[in-house]
Structure formats: structure tokens, C-alpha cells
Design a binder for this molecule. Structure first.
Ligand SMILES: *[C@@H]1O[C@H](CO)[C@@H](O)[C@H](O)[C@H]1NC(C)=O
Length: 109
């Protein structure tokens, strides 16, 4: 899937759910947030580089795939969700037609 197709799908999804925002609002926000983000993504995403970053970790057990009692092994399938606030990914919704949420793929930036 090409990036432009993916963007089109994301914009379409967003226009359906956001009411006033247009595809142009979405694309402008996408560009304003993510152009150049690749250069920042290895920095700690806070202004004060000495301060702590609060990271919330959620572990969700999806299934137990195998238990080997003799070897004392357990194989599971799980989801790990890590959440933190990134100062580089903040915007004022009213500047973008009211867009308050944007979904992008994990390999976007
Ligand atoms: C930055 O964070 C450190 C550690 O929390 C704190 O001691 C320091 O006062 C902070 N500096 C500023 C300018 O807020």
C-alpha cells in the first residue's frame, strides 16, 4: 500500500468522524507535525531534558499457546502498549478545523 493511498484512507476515515474538518486540514496537520519529525524522534520528547518522562505500560495477555511443565516453559501471545506524551506531537484543534485526534501508521515518521 502506498503512503498516499494510506493517507487518503486515513483522511477519509477522519473526515467521517470529525464533522467540520476537511481533508486539507488533515493533510496540513499531518505535514506540520510529521515533516522533520524523523530528526526529533531519537530525542527525549520533553523540553526539560533532565526531567522524567512518565511512560504507562499495559500488558494484555491474548492467549496461552503452550505450557511445558517438565521444562517449566510457558509460551504466550500478548500485546504491550506503551504510552507517553510527546511535546512534538501537540497542536491546537481549532487551527485544523477541529481535528483533535490523528491516526498514523507505526512507520510513518
Ligand atoms: C528540569 O528537571 C529537573 C529534574 O526534574 C529539575 O530539577 C529542574 O529544575 C528542571 N528545570 C527546569 C528549568 O524546569
Amino acid at each position: 500500500m502506498t503512503l498516499s493511498l494510506l493517507l487518503g484512507i486515513l483522511a477519509a476515515m477522519f473526515i467521517v468522524t470529525s464533522g467540520q474538518a476537511t481533508e486539507a486540514d488533515f493533510l496540513r496537520l499531518y505535514s506540520d507535525l510529521l515533516d522533520g519529525y524523523r530528526d526529533k524522534r531519537h530525542m527525549r520528547p520533553i523540553v526539560n531534558q533532565s526531567a522524567d518522562i512518565e511512560v504507562t505500560m499495559t500488558f494484555k495477555l491474548v492467549s496461552v499457546m503452550k505450557i511445558d511443565e517438565v521444562k517449566q516453559d510457558i509460551f504466550v501471545q500478548a500485546e504491550v502498549l506503551l504510552q507517553w506524551h510527546d511535546k512534538n506531537l501537540v497542536w491546537t484543534p481549532s487551527d485544523y478545523g477541529g481535528l483533535s485526534t490523528m491516526y498514523v501508521g507505526p512507520d510513518t515518521a
